[in-house]
Write a protein that binds this ligand. Structure first.
Ligand code: AMP
Length: 174
């Protein structure tokens, strides 16, 4: 069995969640499976181990899981992007539109150093709205975005188009 097949089998499809017509890629079953979780992290690590990453930026909430283990393995710092109002010190923020309404994400102003090499990590690339907003927010730091990595890419939503300027990598594509 290939790595893709093994990881794919460990992910559960939940139809009509959070609303009718959406097939939700549930990674909790992969996280519960030590072999699959380990292989997913190892594959992401292999892709970036020679990229001299200084900081891994990850997005609340499922992005934190992969971001934290990757930062540990890459010996990089971990930077949390959180929903508005959760971070205690001074922040930069970005507001982006959702299907209905908008959302705001924040990051601490002292989270990244100028010129630092950054890897952004999240679980799923869907429309790309979230991560392209994160990239916009990170411009304030003048850091170098060396990669944007996902466990899963939903290719039919063309999220990659919104991230054209950056090297995008995904382990599984649907
Ligand atoms: P995006 O449309 O790329 O901004 O997606 C935003 C976030 O929604 C991603 O980080 C995912 O965690 C989540 N998401 C979107 N679509 C799905 C899906 N079909 N299954 C699981 N998570 C999803």
């Amino acid at each position: 069995m290939t790595l893709e097949q093994e990881l794919s089998q460990a992910i559960r499809d939940v139809p009509d969640f959070p609303k009718k017509g959406i097939v939700f890629k549930d990674i909790t079953t992969l996280l519960q499976n030590p072999a699959a979780f380990g292989k997913a992290v190892d594959a992401l690590y292999r892709r970036y181990k020679n990229e001299k990453i200084d900081a891994v930026v990850c997005v609340e909430a499922r992005g934190f899981i992969f971001g934290a283990v990757l930062a540990y393995k890459l010996k990089a710092g971990l930077v949390l992007v959180r929903k508005k109002g959760k971070l205690p010190a001074k922040t930069h923020s970005v507001t982006y539109s959702l299907e209905y309404g908008s959302d705001t994400l924040e990051v601490h102003r002292d989270a990244l150093s100028r010129g630092g090499r950054v890897l952004i990590v999240d679980d799923v690339l869907a429309t790309g709205g979230t991560i392209s907003a994160v990239c916009r927010m990170l411009k304030k730091f003048k850091a170098k975005i060396c990669g944007v990595a996902f466990l899963i890419e939903l290719e039919f939503l063309h999220g990659r188009k919104k991230l054209k300027q950056y090297p995008v990598f995904s382990l599984l594509r649907y």
